[in-house]
Design a protein around this ligand. Structure first.
Ligand SMILES: [Zn+2]
Length: 256
């Protein structure tokens, strides 16, 4: 309410039994009092004066009540929507349109990340869940391959995903050609994504497999391509083509 109507409130009393808040303007009568319901976490409102005697026109560029928990809750619908790829600028515009406050790019992005964390989990936790996810992916999709490469300390090095139906589609129906490239990832962990795509008879791109690794090194390419070969097998007419000419010596040897 405070964000939507453009006023700030301050908490005058907050404990396990009572919560009292009032408008930040000194002379304003707006206030709300609530009391704890016995033996529960719930509170009920005992008095509520919803009339501001202040002008309520002052603009709050850094709204004190717009903390990340409140804002994350308000943008839950946006973050849940998988059909939209929301960028940092979009979040700033949406927040500033929805609320009578002004958020900087950094503030808006932090709130979006927090909302995503509440909805799913942190990036760290996601890595921990990767083996279970891959296991279930193989069970749900016959023929799927999801090996994970770990280093000497049993920490994540690379992962590979090829869905069974995609492998079969390539082997049976697609042109005998695989196009590969590396894409550098953003986010807290960086790394490189290695996609492998094929092309159908209508010149349409078809995703066959992908890998995510810590670096764009020759060893990473070699591991990715070895897993890809295990999936699609040797094909006398298949050409491996990379968009840019910067194929490392290690990969060149592998292709030979
Ligand atoms: Zn007021």
């Amino acid at each position: 309410m405070a964000l939507a109507e453009g006023f700030e409130f301050i908490t005058s009393q907050s404990n396990k039994q009572r919560l009292k808040v009032r408008c930040r303007s000194e002379d304003c009568q707006w206030s709300l009092r609530s009391r704890n319901v016995k033996d529960s976490d719930a509170f009920y409102v005992t008095s509520f004066n919803d009339v501001h005697t202040c002008s309520k026109t002052s603009f709050h560029p850094h709204h004190r009540n717009a903390n990340r928990k409140v804002v994350s809750h308000c943008i839950n619908d946006l973050v849940k929507d998988n059909s939209r790829n929301i960028k940092g600028k979009d979040i700033v515009n949406i927040l500033n349109e929805r609320f009578m406050a002004h958020f900087s790019y950094k503030q808006a992005w932090a709130k979006k990340v927090y909302a995503e964390t509440l909805l799913v989990c942190t990036s760290d936790e996601s890595f921990g869940r990767l083996p279970i996810y891959c296991h279930n992916l193989e069970i749900a999709n016959p023929g799927t391959r999801t090996p994970i490469l770990r280093d000497g300390s049993n920490l994540f090095e690379m992962s590979f995903v090829a869905i069974g139906a995609a492998i079969r589609s390539f082997v049976r129906c697609l042109r005998p050609m695989i196009i590969i490239d590396g894409a550098h990832l953003k986010g807290s962990f960086k790394g490189t994504m290695f996609p492998a795509v094929g092309m159908d008879g209508n010149h349409k791109i078809f995703a066959i497999a992908f890998s995510v690794g810590k670096s764009d090194s020759g060893e990473s390419w070699a591991w990715f391509l070895s897993k890809l070969r295990e999936c699609v097998g040797d094909h006398p007419k298949t050409n491996l083509v990379r968009h840019n000419a910067g194929i490392s010596p290690c990969v060149s040897r592998f292709l030979l």
